[in-house]
Design a protein around this ligand. Structure first.
Ligand code: 5AD
Ligand code: SF4
Length: 437
């Protein structure tokens, strides 16, 4: 995926294959959608390119989770004016969450050179859209695996979200939760393993809410997890992102008994203050969050938990903020993505009410706390023997999702699982020495 290419003028030279450049903003769901879009183009003989200059078609897959993400996508579209001017036959598609929010009318008025606007809710019809421009595809379905490391593949299990967290625009732009059929999910996972993936990441906005009802019996997240973990040829299974309200005792049992399920859970908490968790309509308390973290560690003591936190939510006092600061240390999270609150709706009471400078200061304090905490956790891994799944010769991950840089990469094959002794910490990664068996 390309983010920083300059559209340069000049039509590409005569050549047999057309090329598409897909620019992706936002989360893993968007990355997974871009894979689908890319597969749709590839079925029609397109090559994927990073170069706008070489592209016959450009897709901008937008995000709107925070205003900044939307602004970035919008400026990218603006920069494509030159690209389109130089290629009147080039096709420019704007898709994804910001496309859903802003709508076709608004975007085409503002950017008349855009050919198609296609919101996140319509992702299932993307193939039909590509067909209207580039014709029917010759071959059968082509599974993705275009942008991400070939070793690790995203597999979507659900779309949308049915929760109503006060700050979040995702349910509005992606719609209510809809669960894919277990057969289709497992078939996709198998296809990706057959294509060389050694790790599968099951994706959904509230992935552990997964449930599929069918005549004669349904299936819940835990069973899906067990079945996926049992697929032959798979080294590791991850899932992202679970929500605290959907954890069951069954889950902890399956997690404990199945070491193929990665020892890392990204579990967004958003705030350490009960008052704010309630205002955010998160459906759990600080104590319940910490209880879940404790259960994860009881099931797998070596497991890492990471999180998301929002700073500057309306009504956040210094005391509320300190509750978030203390939660970082108390929960022992290995990492936290920290975001400044961004207003996404006109709902009364959701306007930011803190001074921007104060929010910046709190964000800095929080980032500092996270950094200190992460450094301690990374250092505590020194001396351990870890199974490292290599994504490249010089880079792999432990089951707990720590990046490991081998001291010497000679002869290491991406996709293999190697044993390493953790010998040190370099910036945000671990250093490892290969243990030859
Ligand atoms: N403002 C700031 N952060 C937000 N997130 C979602 N909505 C907002 C918002 N309006 C963050 C949450 C979520 C992550 C994907 O983005 O922390 O977990
Ligand atoms: Fe992903 Fe949410 Fe951004 Fe949409 S709005 S791309 S679902 S992070």
């Amino acid at each position: 995926m390309s983010n920083n290419n300059n559209p340069e003028s000049g039509q590409s030279s005569l050549r047999a294959r057309k090329r598409v450049c897909i620019i992706t903003f936002g989360c893993q769901m968007n990355e997974a959608d871009s894979e689908l879009i890319g597969a749709s183009f590839r079925k029609r003989g397109f090559e994927i390119t990073d170069s706008l200059k070489a592209a016959d078609a450009v897709v901008v897959n937008t995000c709107t989770v925070r205003q900044r993400a939307e602004d970035k996508a919008i400026s990218q579209i603006g920069r494509l004016r030159k690209w389109k001017l130089a290629r009147p036959n080039g096709r420019l598609f704007v898709v994804g969450c910001a496309a859903q929010k802003l709508g076709e009318k608004h975007l085409k008025n503002r950017f008349p050179f855009v050919d198609e606007v296609f919101g996140a809710k319509s992702i299932d019809s993307v193939d039909a859209l590509v067909e209207t421009h580039f014709g029917k595809s010759a071959d059968g379905p082509e599974t993705a695996g275009i942008f991400r490391s070939p070793v690790s593949a995203f597999v979507t299990v659900m779309r949308g979200c049915s929760l109503k967290c006060s700050y979040c625009i995702v349910p509005a732009v992606r719609g209510e939760a809809a669960y894919l059929k277990p057969e289709d999910i497992l078939a996709e996972a198998k296809a990706r393993i057959a294509g060389g993936a050694k790790e599968i990441v099951l994706l959904g906005q509230t992935v552990n809410s997964y449930s599929y009802k069918a005549p004669g019996g349904g299936l819940f997240f835990t069973e899906l997890l067990s079945q996926a973990a049992g697929l032959p040829g798979l080294h590791r299974l991850r899932f992202m992102s679970p929500h605290p309200i959907y954890f069951t005792d069954d889950f902890f049992r399956v997690f404990r008994d199945n070491p193929k399920i990665a020892r890392h859970i990204h579990l967004p908490v958003q705030s350490g203050s009960d008052k704010l968790l309630k205002a955010m309509r998160r459906g759990y308390t600080r104590a319940r969050y910490l209880e879940i973290v404790a259960k994860i560690r009881a099931a797998a003591p070596e497991a890492a938990v990471s999180t998301d936190l929002i700073v500057g939510y309306p009504g956040e006092t210094e005391a509320d903020f300190r509750d978030s600061l203390s939660l970082v240390a108390e929960s022992g999270v290995s990492f936290a993505y920290c975001f400044k609150y961004s207003r996404r709706t006109d709902e009364p009471g959701l306007a930011p009410d803190l001074d921007e400078k104060e929010i910046e200061l709190r964000l800095d304090r929080l980032l500092e706390a996270v950094k200190k905490n992460s450094a301690g956790i990374l250092n505590s891994r020194i001396g351990r023997i870890e199974d490292v799944l290599l994504e490249a010769e010089d880079f792999g991950r432990t089951s707990a999702n720590f990046v490991v840089k081998p001291e010497s990469g000679a002869g290491l094959e991406p996709g293999t699982l190697v044993r390493m002794e953790i010998t040190g910490v370099v910036r945000n990664a671990l250093k490892g020495r290969l243990i030859r068996s």
